[in-house]
Design a protein around this ligand. Structure first.
Ligand SMILES: Nc1ncnc2c1ncn2[C@@H]1O[C@H](COP(=O)(O)OS(=O)(=O)O)[C@@H](OP(=O)(O)O)[C@H]1O
Length: 323
């Protein structure tokens, strides 16, 4: 079976067989595979991608756990890749939600749709995205010269963002229940800490292949990271672009205040998003660092910090801004 950008995924009995053996949490609609939990409805697609997603040298895969800033990173990467002038990236970004320009590969459920739509921009600018953990990326992703850009975020902000998001989906869930699920690692694509650690370790082993970013760093100095991403994908800013202030223009256009105010991001939807239907504005809430202080209880903060310390301290990895 082939599953790449050009070929179609079909139902496979062996995938069904694997899925039937996986631990399942029916309350949350997730099953566990290779240490991570995934929505059952996406599992066949995920297995297929793991087996046969094909990458080219020129592809860039944008990766991140849910609610860590993938929408923002997509807009930045798209703008950086497509920039020839201001209109070249602002026109598409004014017309489409980033997730429609660069869809998550596991959300393209092409069992339902015979010919899954690939964004027209992907033909020209090979950007793809996924929430999948590093261990489930296909052999082709790992062995081809394709680049990976990963974003992570403070787990407390990720949790709070997730809680608001699930409520925007109409799943009336208390902070307590989302906290329990997140801290136990049972939510889709979780556990979060292992997700981050895998990419972090891989980025140290292969710095030329994986660029590891933090939401907080991007917030502190977006222009610096716009330049960093451009260099990483082999498209550094020319002297002329520097004189024109292109990196600054991209950072400014993609910042939360402008993206969340675009008509397409304010009012369009609902749209399919993996196993859910969601309005575009669900991807834009506050876009700040440290909002957990307004939501989490002292016990929750203590518990998340404790898990972070336990799981991350050996690696030397620290969440939050680098400086
Ligand atoms: N442009 C820009 N700049 C800064 N922050 C932004 C931006 N766009 C979205 N956001 C905030 O990112 C959070 C959503 O994360 P994701 O985009 O990864 O969500 S998703 O996984 O794609 O559903 C969510 O964070 P919270 O505001 O804390 O909920 C969004 O508001």
């Amino acid at each position: 079976m082939a599953c790449n950008q050009h070929e179609e995924v079909t139902t496979d009995k062996s995938f069904q067989q694997i899925i039937s053996t996986l631990p399942v949490n029916l309350d949350d609609g997730v099953c566990k595979y290779k240490g991570f939990w995934f929505p059952i409805r996406l599992m066949e697609r995920i297995l297929s991608l793991e087996e046969s997603f094909k990458c080219k040298e020129t592809d860039v895969l944008i990766c991140g756990f849910t609610k860590t800033g993938t929408t923002w990173l997509k807009s930045l990467c798209f703008a950086i890749s497509t920039r020839t002038n201001f209109d070249a990236f602002t026109t598409p970004l004014r017309s489409y939600l980033c997730h429609d320009i660069i869809p998550f590969i596991e959300f393209q459920t092409n069992q339902e749709e015979k010919n899954p739509k690939k964004s027209p921009y992907q033909e020209q600018f090979p950007l793809f995205s996924t929430h999948l953990p590093f261990c489930l990326l296909s052999e082709s992703v790992k062995s081809s010269g394709c680049k990976i850009i990963y974003i992570c975020r403070d787990p407390k902000d990720t949790l709070v963002s997730l809680w608001h998001f699930v409520n925007r989906l109409g799943n009336d869930q208390t902070l307590d229940s989302v906290f329990k699920c997140f801290s136990e690692g049972n939510n889709g694509w979780g556990p979060y800490w292992e997700h981050v650690l895998e990419y972090w370790k891989a980025s140290i082993e292969m710095p030329e292949k994986i660029l590891f970013l933090k939401y907080e760093d991007l917030k502190n100095d977006t222009v610096f990271y716009v330049r960093r991403i451009a260099e990483f994908i082999g498209k550094p800013f020319s002297n002329k672009e520097e004189e024109e202030g292109m990196a600054e223009k991209i950072a400014k256009f993609c910042r939360f205040e402008s993206m969340s105010n675009l008509e397409v991001n304010k009012s369009k939807g609902p749209r399919p998003h993996g196993p859910f239907e969601v309005n575009n504005n669900a991807f834009f809430r506050k876009g700040i660092v440290g909002d957990w202080r307004n939501a989490l209880t002292a016990e929750m903060i203590e518990k998340i910090d404790e898990i972070t310390e336990k799981k991350m301290s050996v690696s030397g990895f620290k969440f939050g801004a680098s400086v």
